[in-house]
Design a protein around this ligand. Structure first.
Ligand code: AMP
Length: 413
């Protein structure tokens, strides 16, 4: 016997209740984001590898270890999108969206691909809802994006939500701070993990992310970027926090918040859920005022978020889903009535009713059992003695002219 084929490691099928829960989440996201002026964007599943190398950052885990990259068209290198911001920025530039009123507000719900070690809440293909507001550096944009995530998490029913927020400042302040931090890390090299030491030159900020106990002890006393912000960045951050306060959104300022992608400037934030295990991040984002230039465009500020669909739903727990109510179940006694039954079900659906026909080759008795199980409001039975219609709510059954079934049920539904 040949080996059965299974879904690839870190991927999953979406079935039954999960499919319904995702549909609901998508409807919530659309309602919340579209009423705030965000319109939907779809970008290709794969892009030129260079877009992510330049946009996300060469030194990030995503680019260094996690991309699904393949060659096509001879020597052109493509990558399955690991995130949504760089593709949306590429589309903004490609379609000259700077000519539209700014900021341009876009949202997406798409799947993304990262070659991560699969575990609960971490997959190799996963879905994110995200939004980007491009073309304004107003702190109100930052606060709006954060608020929209909070609203989405509330609508989805995600439990135990906490918001941490920080600021990475401008690139110039970051350069100066980076050198200060590198000096501090070198002075404590002996106490740090080998991985952190190897990244002192490339990405010293990531040391704040480390789990290694020695590193954590050192990082507790490390200089903080938030204390080294330029005055205009500190002012921008204070305004973002004031907007969140005005909107009544609880938040913790986190001086060590570092996001995994390189393009962030100024505001960064992350929502976590206490209802999740190790992979507790449900959504996050930030401002990326330098990203457009990195991918070859003019200086254009931007702010966005991405929230994981699987994690939001996991942290929401099982939610009752109501099955789609069935108006009419069409049963028939014997093959000679099949065509008429088929037509009745098709006509009923065309008229806007939810109608189902026996397709499993069951006996009439079996069909009636199915009809009962399906929760149908009406059951039509086509047989040699004519057509009967049973109202499953009242139990009343009557013989009707075959062509009048629709007429009889229409009044009630
Ligand atoms: P990021 O794009 O890394 O900032 O991630 C944003 C959100 O996407 C996270 O908070 C998670 O909810 C979700 N996410 C990121 N990576 C994965 C993954 N490998 N599997 C499932 N969800 C993920």
């Amino acid at each position: 016997m040949s080996r059965t084929i299974q879904a690839p490691r870190g991927t999953f099928d979406v079935l039954g209740e999960q499919a319904l829960a995702r549909e609901r989440l998508e409807a919530d996201a659309r309602r919340i984001l579209e009423r705030a002026g965000y319109s939907r964007i779809e970008t290709p599943t794969f892009e030129a590898t260079e877009l992510f190398a330049r946009g996300v950052g060469e030194s990030t885990d995503v680019v260094q270890k996690e991309m699904y990259t393949f060659a096509d068209d001879g020597d052109q290198s493509y990558t399955l999108r690991p995130e949504g911001t760089a593709p949306v920025c590429r589309a903004y530039l490609e379609h000259g969206m700077h000519k539209l009123p700014q900021p341009v507000k876009l949202w997406y719900l798409s799947s993304f691909f990262r070659r991560e070690r699969p575990q609960a809440g971490r997959y190799r293909q996963f879905w994110q809802v995200g939004a980007e507001a491009i073309g304004s550096d107003d702190p109100a944009v930052d606060a709006e994006i954060v608020l929209l995530v909070a609203e989405l998490l509330e609508a989805v029913g995600t439990k135990g939500v906490r918001l941490r927020i920080g600021s990475l400042g401008s690139p110039e302040a970051r350069v100066a701070y980076r050198e200060q931090l590198q000096g501090y890390l070198r002075a404590h090299e002996a106490e740090l993990s080998a991985e952190v030491v190897s990244r002192i030159d490339l990405n010293p900020l990531r040391a704040f992310d480390a789990d290694h106990p020695g590193t954590r002890r050192v990082m507790e006393r490390a200089p903080r970027l938030l204390d080294a912000l330029a005055p205009e960045d500190a002012e921008h951050f204070a305004e973002v926090l004031a907007f969140l306060d005005a909107a009544g959104l609880a938040h913790e300022v986190d001086t060590t918040l570092v996001r995994g992608l390189d393009y962030y400037t100024r505001t960064v934030f992350e929502f976590t859920s206490d209802a999740l295990g190790a992979q507790s991040g449900v959504g996050g984002g930030g401002r990326y005022d330098g990203l457009m230039e990195q991918i070859g465009g003019p200086h254009t500020p931007g702010m966005g978020f991405a929230a994981g669909v699987e994690r939001m739903l996991m942290a929401a727990g099982a939610q009752p889903t109501a099955p789609v109510p069935l108006d009419l179940y069409v049963a028939y006694a014997g093959a000679s009535h099949r065509a008429a039954a088929f037509r009745l079900a098709a006509d009923a659906r065309r008229a806007g009713h939810a109608a189902r026909l026996e397709l499993g080759g069951r006996s009439l008795k079996g069909q009636l059992k199915q009809a009962d199980r399906s929760g149908a409001r009406y059951v039509a039975i086509l047989g040699d003695e004519g057509t009967s219609l049973k109202d499953m709510e009242t139990g009343e059954q009557r013989t009707v002219e075959p062509d009048t079934v629709m007429h009889h049920i229409r009044g009630d539904l």
